[in-house]
Design a protein around this ligand. Structure first.
Ligand code: PHE
Length: 345
């Protein structure tokens, strides 16, 4: 191997740097710049490669200094290459300002589905009150869906006519209330949970019904919980969610709550005077609720002498319809971008 002095190597590197620099400055298109890159920096046959091969011809003691020199030159050439590339970039992308009157391209934006938005907002409001989120399975046993919730054995809801069965004992849950039992079995009071999820009923798909829809359940169990807690919490929720509004509670019936009540809020569209959204009543029904029936606590193994609680169930789909004045529930299921786009922010 012919020996090489550090001076000779230095001269080589600087002529490399000068020549490469001039070639880069002279490149007037992306193509010629690319050719320059290959010639000087190419990994396989470039100049740089040739020079690095010469490092071995140097005296051992000179190699560290030579290596530093070599690296600095390489970095400088690479940087020059990059900045030249930036300068040539607009031409390369073919962007010209020939026609500034051309309409801008439409920017498509995603949006949170209005039903998801209702659920997210509910979780946010209840989180401030100390609620966490609990989930349960959509394929559920009839004991969790009905039996544990104090449905009498011959209740019509259990009929094939109303419930979608997978097998004798397995069904698609008809409400999120079975997760009340699951939560009570899994956690000791005090309990404050919100339970969002899809439920299924054997209903026709028309303007006001869907066979699959979302529900949000709430459950509170502790010592000394009364109907006053239910009313205060749900009224607070309504005022937060709808902006200060009026609520009213009407007596109702569910096998798993006693007493039971439905909560209405003043129709946000007509403010109570009557319109098509509230079917001329001035009120919108928002949720079903009640004090947890002692039989529900007992069947989940919770001491109903010591603990009381309240629960509610609401349909965020219905709420989304009322909130936006949407006339047909099927619109929520269409995935029509023209509809969804309107909720983009
Ligand atoms: N599960 C009831 C329904 O689907 C709603 C509800 C939940 C009522 C909790 C009271 C308490 O209609």
């Amino acid at each position: 191997m012919t020996p090489l002095t550090l001076q000779e190597f230095t001269a080589l590197v600087s002529s490399f740097q000068d020549e490469a620099g001039a070639a880069i400055d002279g490149a007037d298109s992306a193509e010629s710049l690319e050719a320059t890159r290959t010639k000087y920096l190419g990994r396989a046959h470039g100049w740089l490669k040739d020079i690095s091969a010469k490092l071995a011809q140097l005296d051992k003691g000179d190699r560290a200094a030579a290596g530093r020199l070599f690296n600095d030159a390489r970095l400088a050439v690479e940087a020059a290459m990059e900045s030249r590339q930036g300068a040539l970039a607009p031409a390369r992308a073919g962007i010209t300002l020939a026609d500034p009157t051309m309409p801008a391209r439409r920017a498509w934006k995603g949006a949170v589905h209005p039903v998801t938005a209702v659920i997210d907002e509910m979780i946010e409001i209840f989180r401030e009150l100390g609620f966490t989120v609990a989930l349960g399975p959509e394929a559920e046993s009839s004991w969790y869906n009905f039996g544990s919730l104090n449905f009498p054995a011959d209740h019509p809801a259990m009929d094939l006519h109303d419930t979608l069965y997978i097998s004798d004992d397995l069904l698609l849950r008809t409400h999120t209330s079975p997760v009340q039992t699951r939560t009570l079995q899994g956690y000791a009071p005090p309990i404050r949970v919100l339970i969002p999820g899809n439920v299924h009923r054997r209903d026709p798909f028309d303007a006001s019904h869907a066979p699959t829809f979302a529900q949000v359940e709430g459950l509170v169990v502790d010592e000394g919980i009364t109907f006053a807690d239910l009313k205060a919490t749900l009224t607070h929720f309504a005022n937060r969610f709808f902006g200060s509004t009026k609520t009213r509670f009407r007596p109702s019936y569910f096998p798993f709550t006693e007493p039971s009540a439905e909560m209405d809020v003043l129709c946000g569209v007509c403010k109570g005077s009557g319109c098509s959204v509230c079917k001329q009543s001035g009120w919108i029904e928002i949720l079903g609720s009640g004090l947890v029936h002692p039989a529900v606590l007992d069947s989940a193994g919770v001491d109903s002498e010591k603990y009381t609680g309240w629960a509610f169930g609401m349909g965020p789909g219905r709420t989304a319809l009322a909130r936006h004045g949407i006339p047909d529930i099927r619109i929520l299921y269409d995935s029509d971008v023209r509809f969804l786009q309107q909720f983009a922010r």
